[in-house]
Design a protein around this ligand. Structure first.
Ligand code: BGC
Length: 761
């Protein structure tokens, strides 16, 4: 007994010491941070007080680099303090020369902040962001962003225009490739991870760069999936869906935000005081600065919002756009507007204060120059290993009939068919300014290396993804006929997605469908590997092929990642971050839709070809569906298979009822019931049954990636509190209402293991 009480005392004592150490460390870190902030504020104020109005305006100006040149006019502008930031200059010598003029020759020596779109890697290219989202792995995404930041910083880039956290439910939109999918929770989690990766704990540390959450806001809600188009989103929906990831990035410490090109409910984002001032600063307490998008200030005129450039500058400044990218209305008109009393100089001070603060936080005043040798080599083995890991986890296995995959390493011969099997540029994906195809390892190279050249026969079939001429088919058929399996690379080139590269038909371009049919007719097993910047409507090939690996655009290490998956060195574990439509006409189609008053079911779906001739038309029994395309997507959000199988059972809940201030634990057992070691992304969905404003049929509220050996079982637990269940009601208040909630846990958004609980007052 005595022994036990001693042990008990010891545990308590040890616990107290441990808590104190942790707590003490945290509070010391907090104190240091406060002291640093205080110091930076002092320096900022002292510097600000010395700036002339023209110099202040200069800080609010961002211009494009001059391709490694410093023409006289450019030099003069830097010397006069008329430029605060430069984007797209990555020649280190030029960049240091520019910095030298700013720091050593201009009157006040304020350093320039160099910016760049570092979207999914710098030199080492990671999967496109939509592919990164398919990993559902925040730690990996954070580590990948750190690699990108380190490589960018090596070249003097200290500010990236990422993460892009625009929610979209429209795969026609080309920029879906750059975003993290359709879901606010997944996007918030991964967007915040990217911010942490880019910025680290300390912005002034080597390898840290400032993040920019973009495009604020609702850019992904563009009408018809046409880029730059109108977004009309009710205020409460705007907050529940589109603003949520931005709030998460702000909470993660994002240094900057970018105002979007589009208008929202009639007001372009760049001139939108409600968004940039009232919500972002007023409600969220954002302390960083906002940059416009490329010439989005002058586009206020095109939108029909401002009459001319002067009015556009006035509207943008007053709304809270601190820095103007590319267009030049700030340089030209702000001074006049201040003198006329239309803009208050204190508002200009506020913008400049924010910009200078970031320059201090980045340590640019102390270390303005870049010394590449001080950084690890770009494209080093560690960076490439991480890019490969991200590519592996991003690939989603959509179909695997009769477990045809993985292929045996002892296979005698494979036919590798399709131009995308050996497209070192296209595998990198969209928006890769600094990535280069010479560093890519293609699937063809990796498969040949893995099996040996004598076992691989390659034919393009089609010259590029858009080729309509079928003259290469015979060579592909010949290759198939001498092989034991066909590895058929399909999809779209990288240029078919990305900014303004929207498509009205998102099927396989060119004669790819015919190529699939021709090769299927050989009777050989066909494994389709699809490289694309968006979900494609691939329903019509599913019955022709045996397996489908959806690989997005996987980046530099596409080849080794895909080869490892095909031959079972690794098992697929990616999950769809976006719903795959059956047909374009179903768009928008997403898992967290509303129930409607007449929801469709399998039984209620009236199929077009089953309708009798001259049938009498009634409303009774009708539901919300298409006669020709039903109501279900091709693949649901969250979906993805592996080479093994997972069994979910015994969902448990810690309480049937909780109070508003309590939490509830929901757990499930998950077992690997197959032959392969595998990773599964366990997902938790919730439905709030009745509310002041109707709630979606399901909402993702948690996920965890678990690794299981064959036969291994684990218990996965999620905790939910009232805040996780909140939404904006009709009065625009963020509330959690008492009432009943359903909860599902499983491997995709159709999970059927279910429990429920109630929140009571
Ligand atoms: C894009 C932004 C990008 C900027 C700078 C614009 O066209 O919309 O996302 O950061 O260009 O390259």
């Amino acid at each position: 007994m005595k022994l036990f009480s001693h042990l008990f005392l010891f545990i308590i004592l040890f616990g107290c010491i441990f808590v104190n150490i942790i707590w003490g460390k945290k509070s010391i870190a907090r104190d240091v941070k406060h002291a640093q902030e205080g110091e930076i504020n002092k320096k900022t104020e002292a510097l600000l007080s010395r700036l002339t109005l023209r110099e202040k305006i200069g800080q609010m100006v961002q211009v494009n680099g001059q391709n490694g040149q410093i023409p006289d006019e450019f030099r003069t502008a830097i010397l006069n303090g008329s430029i605060g930031s430069i984007l797209n200059e990555v020649d280190v010598k030029t960049l240091n020369d520019i910095q030298r003029i700013a720091v050593e020759e201009s009157r006040l020596g304020i350093p320039i902040i160099f910016a760049r779109d570092v979207i999914h890697g710098f030199k080492t290219i990671f999967p496109i962001p939509l592919g990164l989202a398919a990993t559902w792995n925040p730690e990996l995404v954070e580590a990948g962003s750190r690699v990108a930041a380190t490589e960018a910083a090596t070249y003097g880039i200290r500010w990236t225009f990422a993460p892009m956290v625009d929610i979209t439910r429209d795969p026609r939109w080309g920029r879906i490739a750059e975003c993290l999918g359709e879901d606010p929770y997944l996007t918030s989690t991964l967007g915040a991870a990217m911010v942490r990766g880019f910025q680290g704990d300390d912005l002034s540390a080597p390898g840290s760069i400032a993040a920019c959450a973009k495009h604020f806001a609702a850019y992904g809600a563009a009408e018809g999936g046409r880029d730059y188009n109108t977004a009309s989103v009710p205020g409460n929906e705007l907050r529940d869906v589109y603003l949520k990831p931005f709030k998460a990035c702000v909470d993660a410490g994002a240094a900057t935000l970018m105002a979007a090109f589009n208008e929202i409910n009639g007001v372009p984002a760049t001139g939108n005081k409600f968004l940039l001032n009232d919500v972002l600063r007023g409600e969220w307490g954002f302390k960083g600065f906002v940059v416009s998008d490329w010439s989005s200030v002058t586009q206020l005129i095109t939108h029909g919002f401002s009459e001319n450039e002067k009015e556009a500058a006035c509207a943008a400044v007053k709304a809270g756009t601190d820095m103007e990218m590319a267009s030049t209305t700030y340089q030209t008109y702000i001074e006049e507007l201040v003198k006329e009393g239309r803009i208050n100089e204190e508002d200009i001070n506020q913008s400049v204060r924010r910009i200078l603060t970031l320059k201090y936080q980045l340590g640019l005043f102390d270390n303005p120059y870049t010394e590449p040798a001080a950084f690890p080599a770009v494209l080093n083995d560690n960076h490439k290993a991480l890019a490969k890991k991200a590519a592996i986890q991003s690939v989603v296995l959509l179909q695997n009939n009769k477990y045809i995959l993985p292929l045996s390493k002892d296979i005698q011969k494979v036919a590798v068919i399709g131009s995308l099997a050996d497209a070192p540029h296209d595998q990198l994906g969209t928006w890769i300014f600094d990535g280069h195809k010479k560093n890519s390892i293609t699937p063809l190279q990796a498969i040949t290396e893995f099996l040996g050249p004598s076992k691989v026969v390659f034919a393009k079939g089609l010259e590029i993804s858009r080729t309509r001429d079928t003259k290469g088919f015979q060579q592909a058929v010949d290759a198939a006929n001498v092989s034991d399996a066909i590895l058929l690379f399909l999809g779209e080139e990288s240029i078919l997605s990305g900014e303004s590269h929207c498509r009205a038909d998102i099927g396989l371009p060119g004669a790819q469908q015919q190529l699939v049919e021709t090769l299927a007719a050989t009777g050989k097993p066909v494994v389709a590997i699809i490289l694309a910047g968006r979900p494609l409507t691939i329903g019509s090939i599913l019955e022709k092929v045996d397996a489908v690996l959806y690989a997005w655009h996987p980046g530099t290490m596409a080849g080794p990642a895909i080869s490892d998956l095909i031959f079972g060195v690794e098992a697929p574990s990616g999950k769809l971050p976006v719903t795959f439509p059956l047909a374009v006409g179903q768009i928008p189609i997403y898992y967290s839709h509303k129930n409607t008053g007449k929801p469709a079911t399998k039984e209620s779906w009236q199929k077009m070809y089953d309708i009798p001739v001259e049938a009498f038309q009634l409303s009774i029994g009708n539901t919300s569906h298409y006669l020709d395309a039903g109501f279900e997507p091709l693949f649901p959000f969250g979906f993805g298979l592996s080479y093994t199988t997972f069994e979910y059972k015994n969902i448990k809940i810690s309480a049937g009822q909780i109070k508003m201030n309590e939490t509830v634990d929901i757990s499930t057992e998950i077992k690997n019931t197959g032959q392969f070691t595998g990773e599964e992304v366990v997902q938790l969905y919730v439905r709030d049954l009745f509310a002041d404003r109707t709630r979606p049929v399901r909402e993702l509220k948690g996920f965890q990636r678990v690794r299981l050996e064959p036969g291994e079982q684990k218990t996965v637990t999620f905790t939910l509190g009232a805040k996780d269940l909140s939404f904006y009601n009709r009065k625009m208040q963020q509330v959690t209402e008492p009432g009943k909630f359903f909860v599902w846990i499983g491997g995709n958004s159709n999970a059927d293991l279910k429990t429920e609980f109630e929140i009571i007052k």
